[in-house]
Design a protein around this ligand. Sequence first.
Ligand SMILES: C[S@@+](CC[C@H](N)C(=O)[O-])C[C@H]1O[C@@H](n2cnc3c(N)ncnc32)[C@H](O)[C@@H]1O
Length: 385
Amino acid sequence: MDVLDTATWETRAAALTAELVAAGVLSDPAWRDAFAATPRHLFVSRIIDGPASLSAGDTGWLDAVYADESLATQTRPTGDGATGREIASSSSSKPTVMAVMLERLAPEPGHLVLEIGTGTGYNAALLSHRLGASNVYSLDLDADLVDTAHEHLAAAGYSPHLTAGDGSQGWPGEMRFDRIIATCAVTAIPPAWVDQLADGGRIVAPLDAGTAGPLLVLDKTADDEVSGRIDPFPVLFMPMRADVSSPFAPGQEPSAAATGIPHYGTTTVAPAALLDRPELALFLWLHAPGLRLAGSAEHGVVVAERGSARAEADLTPLTEGSWAVRQSGPYRLWDTIEHAVAAFDVLGKPGAARFGITALNVPGKQFVWLDDPDSDHSWPLGSGF
Ligand SMILES: C[S@@+](CC[C@H](N)C(=O)[O-])C[C@H]1O[C@@H](n2cnc3c(N)ncnc32)[C@H](O)[C@@H]1O
């Protein structure tokens, strides 16, 4: 078994599995067996940690491999020539998060499963252990990653169906799957997934909602529709992208400053009221898709980016309890935020679990709703497919 003797990795995999069980995220015995029997070290021979990296055999590598951590395995430039900064474009996800998603997926024997985002191949190995590799289909945008995942999976004794392609288009051809799991985050459900999901099927996917990062668990409710509640378990994933050389999704590249004539005003909503209330994150994102919050309790910067449109608001302290606000871009972002904060309170401070999503196989016909699909309160999801 490669650089390790069997006992070493098996002991570590068993310890990691026990940790996931103790954390309450791994209750299905079949998934427990899969985690205990799958050698993660075969999938992450190099772990990138900022400018440093750990390779197979290095001191600390094995501890890192069997820790409950996300491990970056590929980075791409952010395009900011001044800093030369790179961010992760592929990783082996945090085992806790993988366990939560696989348990929500709840496949049954004989089910065909499609994974979007092969990455290292580790998740495809867990699926192969559970369902048999011939029932597992996995694709990644990056053909090089697919090639190395193929090698990793072969080393672990599995040969699921792999291909390179854009996951937003689903698996090439006329396939239908009982389960679709995405390991990259989406801003809406690609229509191809709705079409490729069999009757009784389920999609599990992270929603790309800024810092909110909730999980979507959607069931097929009609030929052309999936629907389900948002699962508040926080799962921050890298976005589903369209360009192999960039770590960003289309339209999420940090752009230049917002254009247009700025609007100046004042506010009594403190920046801290946003930064210190993570329960607000999803609600704010629904009102200002692409929202990012930065700054401190005193100085706030709020940016919402979608496509080439960038709206911005900068807050600076004025007097005790009031701030000067400068808003620029295609709409008044701070006004939108203030409205959303007020609406959040009026609606009884709804947590993420009160929201759900209904997605048709048509761009633009996808909604987040509060409490039930026919609610008076709903917000459109982004499209882009
Ligand atoms: C967190 S990693 C996946 C981890 C993987 N499941 C594993 O077990 O190692 C996210 C992956 O999604 C892939 N990805 C991003 N956009 C994609 C797209 N449009 N289609 C398919 N894969 C995509 C990335 O290349 C990256 O490998």
